[in-house]
Design a protein around this ligand. Sequence first.
Ligand code: HEC
Ligand code: HEC
Ligand code: HEC
Ligand code: HEC
Ligand code: HEC
Length: 311
Amino acid sequence: MRVATWSLWLLAACGAPADPLPAEPEPPAHTRIDLPSLAACGSCHLRQYEEWAQSLHHGAWTNDNVRAATRNFEREECRCCHSPMPVLPHSLVERPPFRDFNHDDGVHCLSCHGLADGVAATRDIPDAPCRPRADARLQQAELCQPCHEPTHQAFAEYRLSAAFADGVRCADCHMPEREDGSGRSHGPHGGLNAAFVRKALRWSCAIADGELVVTLRNKTGHKFPGEIPSRSFVLQVELPGREPIRELLRRPHKGEDRADNRLLPDEERVLRFPLGDGVAAADVLVRFLFLPLPMTPIEQAFVLGEWRGDG
Ligand code: HEC
Ligand code: HEC
Ligand code: HEC
Ligand code: HEC
Ligand code: HEC
């Protein structure tokens, strides 16, 4: 706008039409971090865009839970990871700088792919408009670290896991390969996806010597439930004529007087419940439940599994 006003003034002062100023060349898409993701990347990469649009990476600035917890982001210390500048040109250890525009995109394409002069990819494609460049860091687990470690310790846990020892990265679980071989899904593979959460746990049950014995094994690469206190696991044992017995595992909130009783990476935990007299195996029902949000009523929990004593 300033340029236009200035050229009008020039016109009036000289009384003759001035040559129009050369237009600023449009910067290529990869530098237009100020554009919504759909315009900057999604119009050409619709598949990745549509998957990502369903995920909490996209919802990182707008979901109700985060709006409430951050008081609509009045709490400035909460902003940087929920609307981040690209991590690769900055640091994979420190939290990213805050992107103080285009907030509603949350963690967008350039947060992970952005380089100073192109986009990080798994291979060089010199003639593509977004200038993809092979950058090994895109395929390393550490890509996820600057946002997922500083407050949530996912990495400290991950480094103790069998997944880490076997070279299984965060993205191998959270960005599974698409069936058609076209790459990795950018969709919502987290705690709000019941089918995904079912992969977190292996369990078995048995009745012996008047006791129900439940064995749980954590198959994620970190504690289960992962990262945030919003998610909880409930083991529910139902016996006729009694209130259900519930064993709740979740991370404590900051300052909450509660032990962190989550399963450690790869932990196998055995829980025993005395059945009491006169309870037949056929009367026992065990349910493995997951509450995605603190206000989820138990009736709407994700059912990860069920076991009946009569098989
Ligand atoms: C004008 C269209 C267009 C825009 C806008 C665009 N891209 Fe691309 N992108 C392409 C094309 C074409 C290719 C090459 C695809 C191929 O050869 O398979 C490509 C390739 C890529 C690759 C490598 C894919 C592979 O198969 O290895 C990545 C990663 C990528 N783009 C990310 C982005 C990101 C992030 C943005 C936004 C900053 C973006 N692109 C914007 C058209 C675009
Ligand atoms: C260092 C980066 C970082 C900072 C700073 C940060 N967050 Fe987050 N936040 C994350 C990540 C990563 C997740 C995703 C964890 C998950 O889904 O398990 C997350 C998830 C959340 C969620 C969960 C949303 C849901 O759908 O359940 C809430 C709520 C939240 N953050 C609140 C806050 C608040 C409040 C602050 C400031 C006190 C804050 N965050 C600061 C990285 C950060
Ligand atoms: C949380 C980080 C993250 C975000 C956000 C993200 N990507 Fe990716 N993307 C990756 C990683 C990691 C890979 C490479 C995975 C591999 O092959 O190991 C990838 C791969 C790709 C590829 C190669 C083809 C494929 O689908 O695997 C394209 C194209 C791409 N991303 C585009 C986008 C676009 C467009 C957006 C925004 C709508 C986006 N990405 C958002 C991390 C991200
Ligand atoms: C630039 C910061 C940033 C990076 C890099 C990042 N994340 Fe996140 N991630 C977040 C934030 C913030 C949230 C939580 C949004 C919320 O719930 O409000 C989140 C949420 C998630 C979730 C929950 C998604 C859902 O839809 O349920 C998963 C899973 C996740 N991240 C995995 C990863 C993985 C794997 C990587 C690396 C490939 C990665 N993230 C890289 C910031 C980041
Ligand atoms: C072996 C597979 C596996 C690996 C490796 C793994 N995760 Fe997970 N992760 C899961 C499963 C399954 C869940 C769902 C159950 C839960 O909430 O713990 C999960 C949950 C999460 C969540 C909670 C999402 C939400 O919406 O609540 C985040 C965030 C996350 N993982 C991030 C990471 C990061 C970052 C890494 C690498 C340091 C990683 N994960 C490594 C399997 C894995």
